[in-house]
Design a protein around this ligand. Sequence first.
Ligand SMILES: [Zn+2]
Length: 204
Amino acid sequence: MHLLPTEEEVVRVLRDTGALRDGHFEYPSGMHSNEYLQVPLAMRYYQHAKMLSVGLSRLLRANAEIRALIPELSIVAPATGGLPVAYGVCEALRARQVYWAEQDGEGKAMRFRQYLEQHPGEPVVLVDDLLRSGKKLSAMRELLESRGASVLGLAVIIYQPTPKTRDFGPLPLYYLAKLEASYYSDGAHCELCRRAAPIEKVWV
Ligand SMILES: [Zn+2]
């Protein structure tokens, strides 16, 4: 395995571990899709987790601004799903620290553990397993910036854009593979519903 896996290698790992599934899925937002991805299923296996996070760390290291700040760099995950990736990236880069945010419930504000404070200008890379809606990553970025940190980039294993994905403007975005599924705003507009394909509800 090379240090930077190809998109095909990444997708093969996702399929082999059951992380990437074809079918007919309904998201909690009501959106329907022909594809579903649950990266933690691939991150269960140490060798895959290592390959994916080392690959992502190499993309980050290629950014001169980020590379120069590695000894000071914080790797921050917006939720626990991003933690295996965040620790893998931090270890591969030899960055300073890893931490994460939590939410008390759906729709509640994100927060850090008590006594966890950012220092002014703290350089941060946001890391997660997946960028789909970008809702949590964008809330995380706002929270960090409001506390004086400086967000330098965004790194995810998989970029799976939907028509509703947030725009992060000029913030550098790194990913190992991009997946283009078909999305339908609801059942009434869904091609798969029209064909009466059996549907599965997904909860993340
Ligand atoms: Zn449907």
